[in-house]
Design a protein around this ligand. Structure first.
Ligand SMILES: [Zn+2]
Length: 212
């Protein structure tokens, strides 16, 4: 990560040059772990897709705060990834689940964990919970049983994801070290939810096949 001070050679020039630059942070262990490196590529690809184009000619860009949240998630994700690679506890699926959860919170499309998306039943009291991908939330078994042709998870994976997202939402990124997953399907489920929310297709994420 660099801090760069830009300058124009002439005020009318379209070209900017780096007057000064300084390394703020760089990874060390990620480059020795191909799985950690692959998921870093995926994080960068996702952030690239969600980001707006920077415009150096826009004088108000300094006051624009729209990208601060995404920058924070990416920055935290890379530090978290580096720490897990360094301690040799790296797990790509866990990293992806945390990253997607934090992105969904940041973008305001995190699925509600409180009540069923259809009938307002309190999900905490239920054993099985379903994630209904194309209806944007968790649901109870009774409602899912009445729905036809919806993309719903299994109750076990849905419940595990419901539990995991509670931890992701309530803890700071760097504190999320011990996130235990029994069913790796919970990560795939969250990925499909994310893709649906942003109207993306799996094949658009080129690094994905190196991760899952
Ligand atoms: Zn319901």
């Amino acid at each position: 990560m660099f801090r760069v001070e830009l300058g124009q050679s002439r005020s009318t020039s379209e070209l900017y040059r780096a007057k000064e630059w300084q390394v703020i942070w760089s990874y060390e262990s990620i480059r020795y772990n191909h799985r950690a490196f692959s998921i870093m590529c995926l994080f960068l690809e996702i952030i690239g897709m969600l980001s707006i184009q920077d415009d150096l000619h826009d004088e108000l860009i300094e006051d624009d705060r729209t990208m601060v949240g995404l920058f924070r998630v990416l920055s935290n994700a890379l530090v978290h990834l580096e720490a897990s690679a360094k301690s040799k506890t790296h797990d790509s699926r866990r990293e992806l689940l945390i990253f997607l959860g934090k992105i969904l919170i940041e973008q305001g499309v995190f699925p509600s964990r409180e009540a069923c998306a259809f009938c307002d039943a309190q999900l905490e009291k239920l054993g099985g919970t379903y994630l209904v991908i194309d209806h944007g939330g968790f649901a109870c078994g009774e409602c899912v049983g009445h729905l036809e042709g919806v993309k719903a998870s299994s109750p076990l994976e849905g419940r595990e994801l419901w539990e995991l997202l509670g931890v992701v939402a309530n803890q700071r990124y760097q504190d999320l070290k011990e996130l235990k997953m029994e069913h790796y399907g919970a990560v795939t489920l969250l990925l499909h939810y994310f893709l649906f929310q942003f109207q993306l297709e799996e094949h658009q994420l080129k690094s994905l096949k190196m991760v899952l």
